[in-house]
Design a protein around this ligand. Structure first.
Ligand SMILES: Cc1cc2nc3c(=O)[nH]c(=O)nc-3n(C[C@H](O)[C@H](O)[C@H](O)COP(=O)(O)O)c2cc1C
Length: 353
């Protein structure tokens, strides 16, 4: 490694660890809510099914999972981040749900392998991650291939984070040719390419362009949960510059509804401000195939982003979420996810109150 690369590595590592601590703090929460509280599911006073037998199992990327829920993309690239990721891999395997990792760039550039995650999470879907702006740089497609190979990933998320990069002191703000790079990744990678934001949302026009480019799924990753503008601004001396943009973005529910209407056949993931299983149910009701949570799992796992991981607490968050999703199905009279989609379809025009 050159001296420049070493310096970059140290800076990237410090940044990743600072992110973890800030992301677990109250400062990281968006000032705008995701919109789930304004969605009401139709109560069914005569469910005609047994709560104990409600089935929320499904498939994700060709593997069976215990719920249409996954642990959202977080972290990687430092010893501490790797320890958190290994704990997340064990939790995902034990809970039988998919796991998306955070950007693999820092790890790959520093020569750190995350292969041990696949050993811990051998039966569930593992989803790699790379930034769209990094994908568009020379060597970006090769980096994406290495990311998939290192993790033996079932798919890769490309994240779009122009706002985060603009606020990040060392961020990349030349966003030309990113869509073309995503199209090339779709053609050249051997696994499905999925695209997400990081908390500012993907709207209907961008979603349409992404599906036209052949992406497998779009994850809304909307405003209302972990807020990267606030996290990055907290690391700057000139934070006031970004004050008007702290809650910039598309709230998750608004974006999900708009994208669902614009892309009726596109596979959608809902994330950004999902905080319990009723939010997951509402996301499915609004047309998502899967939902994910990142910040709440991190906070349960570490309390403050830096403590020793507490897998039992994170497991509780996930299992409670599954229980709440089962209850929501029961209370709408749906014995399983197919039935729930059917109920949601029948009441489509009245989905949001
Ligand atoms: C500590 C932390 C690190 C994250 N790192 C990444 C990342 O590297 N790549 C990415 O695509 N998203 C990343 N995210 C964003 C999440 O995947 C997700 O889109 C966002 O946090 C909104 O979901 P939430 O409200 O459930 O936290 C990160 C989130 C957290 C909390």
């Amino acid at each position: 490694m050159t001296d420049d690369a070493k310096e970059h590595d140290v800076k990237a590592g410090t940044r990743k660890d600072a992110h973890l601590a800030l992301a677990a703090s109250d400062l990281a929460q968006s000032g705008v809510d995701a919109g789930f509280d304004r969605v009401r599911l139709d109560h069914c006073a005569l469910p005609e099914c047994d709560l104990a037998a409600i089935d929320i199992t499904t498939t994700c990327l060709g593997r069976s999972v215990s719920a249409p829920l996954f642990i959202g993309a977080m972290t990687g690239g430092t010893a501490h981040a790797d320890a958190i990721n290994l704990a997340l891999a064990e939790i995902a395997e034990a809970a039988g749900i998919a796991l998306a990792v955070g950007s693999q760039r820092a790890s790959l550039e520093a020569g750190r392998s995350q292969a041990a995650m696949r050993d811990k999470a051998s039966s569930v879907p593992l989803i790699g991650n790379l930034g769209g702006v990094q994908l568009a740089m020379p060597g970006g497609i090769d980096l994406a291939k290495r990311a998939v190979d290192d993790l033996r990933a079932d798919a890769i998320f490309i994240h779009l984070n122009p706002l985060q990069e603009a606020v990040q002191p060392e961020g990349q703000t030349d966003w030309r040719h990113v869509l073309a790079a995503i199209g090339m990744a779709v053609r050249e990678l051997e696994v499905p390419v999925m695209v997400k934001e990081v908390g500012a949302g993907i709207g209907p026009d961008v979603a349409r362009r992404l599906f036209d480019a052949g992406v497998h799924a779009v994850d809304i990753a909307g405003l209302g949960g972990t807020n990267w503008t606030r996290i990055e601004a907290a690391r700057r001396d000139d934070a006031a510059l970004f004050d008007p943009f702290l809650d910039w973005g598309l709230p998750t529910v608004e974006a999900l509804q708009a994208v669902r209407a614009a892309c009726p056949n596109g596979r959608l993931v809902a994330s950004g401000g999902i905080r319990h299983g009723l939010d997951v149910a509402k996301a499915l009701w609004l047309g998502a195939a899967l939902a994910s949570m990142a910040g709440p799992v991190l906070r349960a796992l570490t309390t403050d982003g830096v403590q020793v991981p507490d897998p039992a607490a994170a497991m509780d968050v996930i299992e409670r979420c599954k229980g709440q999703l089962r209850l929501a199905l029961f209370l709408t009279g749906a014995p399983d996810l197919a039935g729930f989609a059917g109920v949601a379809g029948q009441v489509a025009p009245r989905r949001q109150r």
